[in-house]
Design a protein around this ligand. Structure first.
Ligand SMILES: Cc1cc2nc3c(=O)[nH]c(=O)nc-3n(C[C@H](O)[C@H](O)[C@H](O)COP(=O)(O)OP(=O)(O)OC[C@H]3O[C@@H](n4cnc5c(N)ncnc54)[C@H](O)[C@@H]3O)c2cc1C
Length: 439
């Protein structure tokens, strides 16, 4: 009899797993369950949809023909419970579906602060396509918004609102933007750019209450007693892995669904991947969360292989994100920051806990107007880098960090006070690449 594979969540991890299972087991029965009516689309692309740079149709990486090629069964439904003892899931409508191997690729959801007024119409977040549409609708209704939170998503919302000509107040609890990943110069570069675009940043400012009128947002009250009238309040204070199914079934959970290096949960035949999974990393010996598209795809692929009978360990690679902060392309590689961020509860979207596991390293930095380069220099190799603006060195730095290139020849020059970091890295990279091509 054909193997029955069931995948809960039709996002990056779920689709990657389905593709891999199909390659590994051409006769297997693959059922993909997703609760979103929009199907599979690029979540990072939602930021560009909000600004109007990408039309909605360009967010969909798969055509119907791609799905046909994979010969999947797809069901638009929400899974309400998992029964590992009988190898079944129960859908919202009570239907029960059996599986031989199950993948939980359920993603993550924005955290909600327990604030008066948080349920009013006009309080928004940015998890999915419906949220993006809600924000756009909110832009048509009103001309003033308040955004609260840190990390990439808060800024993406701010930029979306600015692009739609909505007057935007951005509340920061602390003294600077994304303080546990960016250093002070980087935060200020971003904040200055936002201010130049007319965004009003309120430092040391916290929401006390969202005020309503006839069920709709009418304004906010800050903890120091100021009132701002607005019709939209966007909250991006971090995300939480969706663990409810796993929790209900008694699987081991910590911050996410715990899996071993084969992406297997604590229960036989149940795997987890993507934002929902807290994955063991044999190199650091820690279990960590990532909320990165590329990581979700890789984990989905490995889970798919293992569900189809292989035993491939997942080797966590150096987390890498190319994103845009206040219009400035920014690459974040390896470990670059540390400490808490007052604007986030744990992890945000497009983030990695690894970025903040800073080992002993010295900082080398260069800043020319908006082009900024910060490199974390370990004992024998580079451990992380942030590249803002000119991206010429972002891929070389990714490879040097990921492959733990021996930096002995360039370490001391890099740490000299007025080192020309860009030139040093570019010539080291050229030599290193030549050496590796020859090897
Ligand atoms: C606005 C935004 C910006 C981002 N920016 C970046 C970025 O710059 N770089 C980057 O690398 N990453 C970014 N990300 C993060 C990236 O999109 C995620 O890491 C990735 O989508 C995770 O994939 P996943 O498959 O684990 O989860 P998801 O893509 O979230 O898919 C999970 C799916 O499971 C469904 N589901 C959950 N529970 C159930 C259930 N019980 N029954 C049925 N279906 C269920 C959900 O509805 C969802 O469709 C961003 C995300 C957002 C939203």
């Amino acid at each position: 009899m054909a193997h029955r594979y069931l995948i809960v969540g039709a996002g990056a991890a779920g689709i990657a797993a389905a593709e891999t299972i199909r390659e590994q087991d051409p006769g297997g029965d693959v059922l993909l369950l997703g609760e979103e009516s929009h199907g599979y689309y690029s979540r990072p692309g939602l930021a560009y949809y909000l600004t109007g740079e990408l039309p909605e149709r360009q967010l969909f990486p798969f055509t119907e023909r791609d799905f046909d090629r994979l010969r999947l069964r797809r069901l638009h439904a929400r899974v309400a419970a998992l029964q590992p003892q009988t190898h079944e899931v129960t859908l919202d409508d009570g239907r029960r579906l059996p599986y031989d191997r199950l993948l939980l690729a359920t993603g993550s959801l924005a955290a909600r602060p327990p604030l008066p007024g948080v349920d009013l119409d006009g309080v928004v977040k940015l998890d999915d396509m419906d949220d993006a549409r809600r924000i756009l609708k909110g832009c048509r209704r009103g001309r003033t918004a308040v955004v609260v939170g840190g990390g990439i998503t808060a800024l993406e919302i701010v930029e979306g609102l600015r692009a739609r000509h909505v007057r935007t107040h951005y509340f920061l609890r602390g003294e600077r933007y994304w303080g546990n990943v960016l250093d002070e110069t980087e935060s200020r570069i971003i904040e200055n750019r936002l201010q130049e675009e007319g965004i009003q940043i309120h430092y040391h400012t916290e929401l006390a209450e969202i005020l309503g009128k006839r069920g709709r947002v009418a304004g906010v009250l800050t903890q120091d007693g100021h009132r701002i009238d607005c019709t939209l309040v966007a909250i991006a204070i971090g995300v939480r892995p969706r663990t409810e199914l796993a929790e209900g079934a008694g699987l081991t959970i910590e911050r996410g669904i715990q899996v071993d290096e084969y992406l297997q949960t604590s229960t036989p035949d149940v795997f987890a991947a993507g934002d929902a999974a807290q994955v063991f990393d044999p190199l650091s010996g820690k279990s960590v969360l990532d909320t990165l598209w590329g990581v979700a795809v890789t984990q989905g692929r490995i889970a798919g292989k293992n569900m189809a009978g292989q035993a491939i360990p997942y080797h966590k690679s150096v987390p890498f994100n190319v994103t845009r902060l206040a219009g400035l392309t920014t690459t974040i590689v390896g470990t670059v920051g540390r400490g808490p961020d007052k604007d986030l509860l744990g992890i945000a979207r497009g983030d990695s806990e690894t970025w903040r596991q800073l080992p002993d390293a010295l900082v080398a930095q260069d800043a020319f107007e908006v082009n900024r380069l910060r490199i974390l220099v370990g004992e024998g190799s580079l451990v992380g880098a942030i590249v803002m603006g000119d991206q010429t060195l972002s891929l070389p730095l990714y490879h040097l960090v990921a492959q733990q290139a021996d930096i002995t020849p360039v370490r001391d020059p890099l740490l000299e006070p007025s080192a020309r970091l860009g030139d040093l890295i570019a010539s080291f990279w050229a030599d290193w690449r030549k050496g590796h091509a020859a090897a």
